[in-house]
Design a protein around this ligand. Sequence first.
Ligand SMILES: *Cc1c(COP(=O)(O)O)cnc(C)c1O
Length: 360
Amino acid sequence: MARVYNFSAGPSMLPESVLRRAAAEMLDYEGSGQSVMEMSHRSKTYDAIIKSCEALLREVMEIPDNYKVLFLQGGASSQFAMVPMNLMTGSGKADFVITGQWATKAYKEAARYGEAKAVASSKDETFSYIPKLDPATFTPDADYFHICMNNTIYGTLFHELPQTGNVPLVADVSSCILSEPIDVSRFGVLYAGAQKNMAPAGLTVVIIREDLIGKAMEITPTMFNYQTHADNDSMFNTPPCYSIYMCKLVLEWIKNEIGGLQNMKKINEKKAALLYDFLDRSKVFRGTVVKEDRSLMNVPFVTGDEELDARFVKEAAAAGFVNLKGHRSVGGMRASIYNAMPIEGVEKLVAFMEEFEKTV
Ligand SMILES: *Cc1c(COP(=O)(O)O)cnc(C)c1O
């Protein structure tokens, strides 16, 4: 069996050892005589899985005790509504930095529930940079300040967080969670669709400071109220059981095989440097993002010639490097090199690009 190197922006690769473990446990999970997919979410066996997943996430991310971890569904996209419904209830105002499509969606959805203000945008240059922020332009009594920390489509990352004072910082971390340590105490809410760096699709993780729970708008559907899920340990209804189990295996991999998020970061920096260094010296390919804002996870690049881009994507796929086509709004290519992409995958991709360059 030949496994490909999958550079998809999401869903994306999972660590091979995690897939092997899941395969080994598929028919009979720890002597229960059943698959995790089949068991009651109210069973003792499953309760141990979800509790262990939460404990591991708290340990690996060093989540402070005054934060709740919620395992939800609906994707990061549901959080675009859930965040304002739960938080936009003081002044009814919130600030947004427009750094790409996901940030724009969060902003537009919030504008349906309150007064959403775009404090800065990088739309003028196809979101190829993170705009400089001036705290004097922030809304002092905003209920929250929203950023998309890693911009999956455009390949930019907030390397520095905005200084929002007492205004809770809310971040969409779908494509950078677990890629490096982050100081959770700087945030009011962190949310992520799990399918980039945590688990298969179907699970959405929310990490929320406890004092921000319990203020939802009257109209908020029960399932969209953070309180509902916080009060019921993410078991108000059937949680995405199997994705949570896979998330637990991925967290065990980060803890035991990688050695934690500091090591994860070092590996990710090494992988990203291999690719960016090549792009910087290449005569055919170039990165599309300003150097200081480059993402560790998503690396967009172009040749400047659409036909050549298409030829590259096709030949790369035939050689086992799949899903390298860029997002339609940027064109060209994008290599998503999430945690599970091994260093060899990036080394081999760079070697392939070097060979391709000789044919141009
Ligand atoms: C993928 C992605 C989303 C969308 O997530 P869904 O789980 O599909 O709703 C939102 N924000 C970011 C930053 C993403 O990378």
